[in-house]
Design a protein around this ligand. Structure first.
Ligand SMILES: Nc1nc2c(ncn2[C@@H]2O[C@H](COP(=O)(O)OP(=O)(O)OP(=O)(O)O)[C@@H](O)[C@H]2O)c(=O)[nH]1
Ligand SMILES: [Mg+2]
Length: 471
């Protein structure tokens, strides 16, 4: 679990991890409604059926990606507040809070009725601090004090989260809800989840709606911390998106646009071979140049894809930030986090490996962040590995043939270098051409070695991926 409650997590974009905004949220509600389980599901994708009452606030921190249009990376701190806590302590916990989640047990109407009380506790005890510099008489001495400003109870974002939805019995309703979620396209996310007729809704959901309106919650969602169906993440991300949009400005932390350059143009970005201006040599160099550029591109692209996979696993919170994570670590982390009702398996795909999610539940869908990580693996990393295995052996063999051809030309047709239209070339020009030929052959030889290294690397990845799935 997290650090003790003595640390002071302030919000704001300064400090911390570069330009990443720091968000602090608190999770409150009656005892046993599942606050700790919701936090655990969101931060670690874990669930325990055992009830261990939380005795003092537990602080969990991680760096997360939030899906505002584009992505925002945030350093998130979640305060899990015990259901039974001394009310005087709340103002200490809620200093510089950005948002809160009131959790209720959706199967327990008394706990739902308590939600407005919890919201009031949050807004009455949350305040923002900012430094104020005061000058003494004559302006010689300056002192800095912290000014406390209460938050606006009307606009402070508090989400109502109805937990233990897995225990709701109206199966027809659940099925409808699931279908709706599957077809949902609206960016506003959770708001549209309950966009079905009043009669369709079970009693507890109607009560949640009523409380949400009455107590002016920012939103209300149903979720299950027990199931890894993404409902907890959806609800919390819905709230965090709102904070990022209102407090920090939409898209401010959108990552730099990576220009999509067609592969054909991209290869032009790499240095080619120098040309001799002698046709019989240049015709070979022009073809060899394609391999030289391509191997460089594959080397670069494969490094980028592996780096992105590692970084994304860390950002998603499934790998520790300090880990010098290997590909194996990423695979193990993905396997562990795919969801309790599912298994991640490795299968043969062309000459490389693909990852397959299998579950007994036909409706199972991994959480969104796992789906994104699997996509990065499948559509980027595995694609470049397959390209290496497919293209590098052929390039090695072509480069070998081309070098043999050049070697023959150097012996049999050297007069093409020494004479231009039957007239001897100046000596320094001949030397220059000779240098270009030597350099180009050296670069072609180097490309052959690099291709062989790339193949070895990918073969090694295959072994590592399989090893990560052995036990
Ligand atoms: N079926 C089901 N059980 C859940 C769910 N979430 C939590 N529980 C169970 O509810 C019990 C209480 O969960 P906790 O997360 O410890 O509750 P809490 O709100 O943190 O309780 P306090 O720390 O005492 O305030 C545990 O036995 C959990 O396993 C859920 O979504 N579905
Ligand atoms: Mg708890």
């Amino acid at each position: 679990m997290g650090a003790s409650c003595s640390s002071d997590q302030t919000s704001g974009s300064s400090g911390g991890i570069g330009d990443v905004p720091k968000l602090k949220i608190a999770v409150v509600g009656d005892r046993q409604v599942g606050k700790s389980c919701v936090v655990s599901r969101y931060m670690k994708n874990q669930f325990s059926p055992m009830y261990i009452p939380t005795k003092k606030p537990v602080i969990e921190s991680s760096v997360r990606k939030i899906n505002i249009p584009g992505h925002a990376v945030v350093a998130l701190t979640v305060w899990d507040i015990p259901g039974q806590e001394d009310i005087d302590l709340y103002s200490t916990y809620f200093k510089n809070l950005d948002a809160a989640v009131v959790i209720v047990d959706i199967n327990d109407s008394e706990s739902i009725e308590m939600a407005p009380v919890w919201k009031r506790i949050v807004v009455n005890n949350t305040f923002e601090t900012s430094p104020v510099v005061e000058s003494s008489e004559g302006g010689k001495i300056e002192t800095t004090t912290m000014e406390k400003k209460p938050v606006d109870p009307e606009t402070f974002p508090v989400l109502l989260l109805g937990n233990k939805f897995d225990l709701v019995e109206e199966d027809g309703y659940k099925e409808k809800l699931r279908q709706m979620k599957a077809s949902e396209k609206d960016e506003s996310g959770a708001k549209t989840i309950w966009n079905i007729t009043e009669e369709d809704k079970p009693e507890c959901v109607r009560l949640m709606d009523k409380i949400k309106q009455k107590a002016n919650f920012y939103g209300s969602v149903t979720a299950s911390a027990r199931d890894s169906d993404g409902t907890v993440a959806e609800g919390i991300q819905f709230l965090l998106r709102h904070v990022l949009q209102t407090k920090y400005g939409l898209n401010k932390w959108k990552p730099k646009e990576t220009k999509k350059v067609k592969a054909k143009n991209k290869i032009e970005e790499y240095d080619g071979l120098d040309m001799t201006e002698i046709e019989i040599f240049d015709s070979i160099f022009k073809v060899a140049e394609i391999s030289v550029k391509k191997v460089k591109m594959l080397t670069d692209y494969h490094n980028k894809c592996l780096g992105k996979l590692r970084e994304s696993c860390t950002n998603a919170g499934i790998l520790g930030e300090d880990d010098a994570a290997s590909l194996e670590d990423c695979m193990i982390a993905l396997r562990r986090n795919v969801g309790e009702q599912a298994k991640l398996k490795v299968k043969k795909d062309d000459d490389f490996c693909k990852l397959d999610v299998t579950s007994k539940d036909p409706d199972f869908k991994p959480e969104r962040y796992i789906r994104i990580l699997l996509k990065i693996y499948q559509n980027e990393f595995a694609v470049v590995c397959k390209a290496i295995l497919k293209e590098c052996p052929a390039m090695i063999s072509k480069l070998k043939d081309q070098d043999a051809e050049l070697s023959t030309l150097c012996q049999s047709s050297w007069e093409e270098v020494e004479l231009s239209n039957g007239i001897p070339r100046p000596k320094d020009e001949v030397n220059k051409i000779s240098d270009i030929i030597v350099q180009n052959r050296a670069r072609m030889q180097h490309t052959k070695l690099e291709s062989a290294k790339l193949i070895d690397k990918v073969e090694d990845y295959k072994k590592k991926i399989k090893a990560a799935f052995l036990w």
